[in-house]
Design a protein around this ligand. Structure first.
Ligand SMILES: [Zn+2]
Length: 328
């Protein structure tokens, strides 16, 4: 049997131990290269684009620059997802390494214990990393002529715990006995390609999302749910009835199921509860992990840190405890 990718040497190019062995200067250089790849790490003013700033390091050693052209000052993280950061840069690199190494997800509580952070700091940091992952999915369309994509959905949240005594238990199949918080995560996944999730109240509401994000000419695979019937008008469809088989005559939704398998394991094993405002971010995280699953951990860390440094300050969090989730 072929060796599992995560056991191979190719999967392991960066260890947490090596991050901790870095000096502050090395961590700083690494972040400069991610922030300013075009100048190979030489600082560029985010206000005017000036490339020749003074080095005005803070007395505590924190790197800081003042632009010769416009006179404004900035740091390595100004205008990025890590703007106004409070922790040393090395801690961010360590957090990203821990986050990537845990292939199904990382709970904020465990991260807070790993790095000696408060729960809230770890929670906000992890959500900023999810926001960085989501940036890569923005505006994505999948498929194309002759390509194959799969769509599927899974329900998350709104669990109603049955009462202890049998006679007090409610029939949770009726809407009136449900919490109303259950939501459908719908995923589009191209075979041998990328994925894209979205959140809806129910599976049936995902049709216009699917139509707008799958290119014409794509062969779309879906299960037997009647909600997908309308897609036959737009795409060549292959349907698989899971009562009969999981895969038959090339029709299957196994790639999409793989995404849900990862997300369910994140829910059960790490987060215990995926629902509400953050559900979309967890789905986007699962999607990013799925798409990058064959990249080495070193590449994943650089990619994610690079996304965080390219991203504008957080829309979900602005240096403070939770606000709200805006975009889909
Ligand atoms: Zn400037």
């Amino acid at each position: 049997m072929a060796q599992h990718f995560l056991l191979s040497a190719a999967a392991k190019t960066l260890s947490l131990a090596s991050v901790f062995r870095m000096t502050d200067q090395e961590a700083e250089t690494a972040f400069c290269k991610l922030r300013w790849p075009d100048t190979e790490g030489a600082p560029v003013c985010p206000h005017c684009g000036g490339v020749d700033p003074y080095d005005c390091r803070r007395p505590n050693g924190a790197p800081r620059f003042e632009c010769r052209a416009c006179g404004k000052d900035f740091s390595i993280t100004s205008g990025t997802l890590f703007a106004s950061h409070k922790l040393p840069l090395k801690a961010y690199l360590a957090a990203i390494a821990i986050f990537c190494n845990e292939v199904k997800g990382k709970s904020a509580l465990a991260m807070s214990r790993d790095l000696g952070l408060s729960y809230k700091t770890a929670f906000v940091l992890l959500h900023k990393l999810r926001e960085a992952m989501a940036a890569e999915l923005k505006g994505r369309t999948l498929g194309g002529n002759g390509k194959v994509a799969e769509v599927d959905s899974g329900y998350f949240g709104g669990y109603v715990k049955p009462a202890n005594l049998r006679e007090r238990r409610l029939d949770r199949r009726f809407g009136v006995n449900q919490s109303g918080k259950r939501k459908a995560v719908v995923v589009i996944r191209e075979r041998d390609g990328n994925s894209l999730p979205a959140v809806f109240r129910s599976e049936g509401q995902a049709l216009s999302f699917i139509k707008s994000r799958i290119a014409k000419g794509t062969i779309v695979n879906a299960d037997e749910s009647a909600n997908w019937n309308e897609l036959h008008g737009r795409f060549e469809m292959k349907r698989i009835n899971h009562e009969e088989a999981y895969s038959l005559d090339g029709a299957c939704t196994n790639w999409a199921e793989e995404f849900f398998s990862r997300m369910r394991r994140a829910e059960i094993g790490h987060h215990h509860h995926l629902a509400g405002a953050y559900l979309l971010r967890y789905a986007q995280e699962a999607s990013w992990r799925e798409d990058n699953r064959r990249a080495s951990n070193g590449d994943q860390v650089s990619r994610l840190a690079g996304l965080a440094m390219k991203n504008k300050p957080s829309v979900d969090f602005s240096g403070y405890w939770q606000r709200h989730i805006l975009a889909r």
